[in-house]
Design a binder for this molecule. Structure first.
Ligand SMILES: [Zn+2]
Length: 67
């Protein structure tokens, strides 16, 4: 009988074997959700949107054409 663990995210039973590459999570999605929890929190504090404004110049990088 294979060893099973509970997915930390959704608590589904996960077989502890090569059949479950994302163990102890049941799926990649659950793994990302678990990682995303702390990631999102630190992201909110950092105030990322400011970066977006700065990194979004609409003018394409083209050389001025004579003058
Ligand atoms: Zn899960």
């Amino acid at each position: 009988m294979p060893t099973t663990v509970n997915c930390p995210t959704c608590e589904r039973l996960v077989e502890w074997s090569n059949a479950s590459p994302h163990r102890p999570f049941c799926s990649r999605r659950c793994k990302l959700i678990d990682l995303g929890e702390w990631f999102e929190e630190s992201h909110r504090i950092a105030g990322d949107p400011a970066l977006d404004e700065d990194g979004m110049p609409l003018a394409p990088a083209r050389a001025p054409h004579g003058d």
